[in-house]
Design a binder for this molecule. Structure first.
Ligand SMILES: Nc1ncnc2c1ncn2[C@@H]1O[C@H](COP(=O)(O)OP(=O)(O)OP(=O)(O)O)[C@@H](O)[C@H]1O
Length: 325
């Protein structure tokens, strides 16, 4: 069964087409990453799935029901972690959870939910207005989990979380998926998506530019790994035999180092065999996959096929790679 299916889903604001003819299918039980740079149309898509916004054209079904005409069938079975969640500053965290339980007419234990999202019992008693951004995000996640939803829609769930919180959120997504929940996870931070998602859909300027596993996307972009070999007797003499291996390009020899680009994964072994036959003694080998940043820059800037390997990619700031325009 498909948990989410959109057909020609389109939303225009005047001349601006925020979501353009989107055909997307997310299978039940899947953790699906919805990726794209700022302004790509992710939130607009989510808003149409939840009938917060009406499409200009096309349609969507959620859990088998039409998102526009059967939202009352959908809402009780969906947990939503919205982007920019509003709190009631004077109400405690626990009261927020209790409120969500009452609204959904669910039977959850508020303390169990508080614990599940990593808030302490003492924090749960504090007014939510005093919470840090990360604590608010945990609270919003807890409210989304109320009623054991079949589908969890998370809009930038790692927003405001520290690295420890991000790991906990990823564990939580995995454990929800193990319970059979479908998770639709929107983000512009690639590592967060790669860590938890079975497949990703990449949105750019309102259009879906790719749907695949991260490994599949890497392959689609051209394999593009880089390989560096250290040769005991120097690299100059084996440049030619290396360059003649199918799937090996851009061979550069300097001193004892041979660097090249691998466009076909099978060529790595062929290169080692070719160098051995040419009499080279390989002292070390280093292989780098295409970086996520390079991969998504290629997907979202229209430079498909020009992905560069990690070794030559621009330095990544902090520990995150973001899709940026
Ligand atoms: N109510 C609105 N009126 C006019 N334009 C809008 C409206 N809502 C969204 N847009 C525009 O639609 C485009 C897509 O916005 P959207 O919020 O869906 O992107 P996003 O992928 O969720 O971005 P982000 O990662 O920054 O949250 C943007 O150009 C945005 O300015």
């Amino acid at each position: 069964m498909t948990a989410i299916e959109t057909t020609g889903l389109t939303k225009a604001y005047g001349d601006l087409v925020a979501v353009d003819d989107l055909d997307l299918a997310v299978e039940a039980g899947e953790v699906f990453g919805f990726l794209g740079p700022n302004g790509a149309g992710k939130s607009t898509t989510i808003n149409m799935l939840l009938d917060f916004t009406r499409p200009t054209a096309g349609s969507a079904t959620v859990l088998g029901h039409d998102a526009q005409t059967e939202i009352d069938e959908i809402s009780p079975r969906v947990g939503v972690l919205p982007e920019g969640f509003d709190i009631y500053p004077r109400l405690s965290g626990r009261r927020h959870i209790e409120f969500a339980i009452e609204t959904k007419d669910a039977a959850d234990d508020p303390d169990a939910i508080v614990e599940r999202v990593g808030l302490s019992a003492a924090d749960a008693d504090r007014p939510a207005g005093d919470y840090s951004k990360g604590m608010r995000q945990r609270l919003a996640t807890g409210m989304a989990l109320v009623g054991d939803p079949d589908l969890l829609i998370m809009d930038e769930p790692s927003s405001g979380l520290d690295p420890h919180g991000i790991r906990e959120m990823q564990d939580l997504v995995r454990s929800e998926a193990e319970r059979g929940t479908t998770v639709f996870f929107s983000s512009h931070i690639l590592q967060h998506v790669e860590a938890v998602c079975d497949r990703v859909g990449v949105l750019n300027d309102g259009e879906l530019v790719a749907v695949d596993t991260i490994a599949g996307l890497r392959e689609e972009i051209g394999g593009g790994a880089s390989m560096e070999l250290i040769l005991a007797d120097g690299a100059a003499d084996v440049r030619e035999p290396a360059a003649s291996v199918a799937g090996i390009t851009d061979v550069v020899a300097s001193d004892h180092t041979l660097e090249c680009t691998v466009t076909d994964p099978a060529a790595k072994a062929d290169l080692v065999i070719a160098l051995d036959r040419a009499g080279a003694t390989i002292a070390d080998v280093r292989i780098e996959d295409v970086s996520l940043e390079t991969l998504f820059t290629a997907l979202t800037s229209g430079d498909e096929g020009e992905a560069e390997p990690d070794a030559t990619a621009a330095p990544v700031t902090a520990s995150e790679t973001e899709v940026s325009r």
